[in-house]
Write a protein that binds this ligand. Structure first.
Ligand code: AMP
Length: 284
């Protein structure tokens, strides 16, 4: 497994691979790898001739009071996992190389980046789109793989690719969950045993909402209310938002009349967790 740290070196290697007509599959991550990340890596490896994983805890997507300094890291474990998944190349840029002194250019996908998580994390998606575009320019992938766990991020990246005519394909992959339903996340490592029990209320609430829609419920307000009740039953939970939204525009829906995104963010103890699902109203 090849490891590259320097951005110029990464770009040269990508040019070389393209000159050899190799298809490049790319999985950008912040590391502390779990099965969710591995599912993206497997898909990339299955579909492309060369699979590239990046690990970079991107400072520009963290707010001043967020968890940049304590974000979990395990480079040795991550490299072992990448090697056992037969990743071909791991790109490990440094913050200094990605954002040298005098860095001044940012990419913003307007509107989409202000909704849902964007409302409580101003600047977060600007950091995400900026680093993802930089990574695309360095790794030069034909396909890049993202998880639906971060549904808004996936939607925003698809929009950036469309709006800026980026010449690559974005592939979205389903959320990988623990056997009890908890969506896998590097941040789950922060949870105490009690908080982890409370955290199960996110997936339980989404499941309940899905059942209500399947049973004919169409009112977003009633779905949100049921989700709120399910989450507030558990100790140490503080709801940031519960949204029933159009899956492409992320605009609030009042009634479900087709596919809809149900997304939520909840602070469990000091850990902010997100989860979502897509529900579909079928004609009764
Ligand atoms: P992160 O390291 O959290 O920035 O995530 C890197 C990529 O893995 C993103 O595209 C995430 O959406 C994706 N990802 C994170 N958790 C999961 C999960 N539980 N299932 C599927 N994909 C995930």
């Amino acid at each position: 497994m090849e490891i590259i740290e320097n951005p110029q070196r990464m770009q040269e290697r990508a040019n070389q691979l393209r000159a050899e007509d190799k298809t490049i599959g790319f999985v950008p991550t912040m590391g502390y790898l779990h099965e969710g990340h591995l599912s993206l890596m497997r898909r990339a490896r299955g579909e492309c001739q060369v699979s590239v994983l990046s690990i970079f805890v991107n400072p520009t997507q963290f707010g001043p009071r967020e968890d940049l300094d304590r974000y979990p890291r395990d480079m040795e474990g991550d490299l072992q996992k990448a090697a056992s998944e037969q990743v071909d190349l791991v790109y490990l840029p440094s913050a200094r190389d990605m954002y040298p002194a005098g860095f001044r250019t940012y990419v913003t996908v307007e509107e989409l980046s202000e909704k849902l998580c964007g409302a409580s994390r101003p600047g977060h998606f600007r950091g995400v789109t900026t680093v993802v575009l930089k990574l695309f320019n360095l790794v030069k992938p034909h396909r890049a793989y993202f998880g639906e766990k971060d549904y808004q991020q996936l939607t925003i990246i698809r929009k950036m690719v469309e709006d800026l005519n980026l010449d690559l394909q974005i592939v979205g992959m389903p959320t990988v969950r623990e056997s009890d339903g908890l969506a896998m996340s590097s941040r789950n490592a922060y949870l105490s045993a009690g908080e982890r029990r409370s955290a199960l209320s996110l997936s339980r609430a989404l499941k309940r909402a899905g059942e209500m829609v399947a049973g004919g419920e169409r009112s977003a307000a009633l779905l949100r209310e049921e989700i709120r009740r399910t989450i507030e039953e558990e100790p140490n939970t503080q709801i940031d938002y519960i949204a029933v939204s159009h899956p492409l525009t992320l605009k609030d829906l009042e009634r479900i009349a087709g596919p809809a995104l149900i997304a939520l963010a909840v602070q469990v103890g000091s850990t902010r967790l997100i989860d979502n699902c897509i529900v579909e109203a079928h004609a009764q």
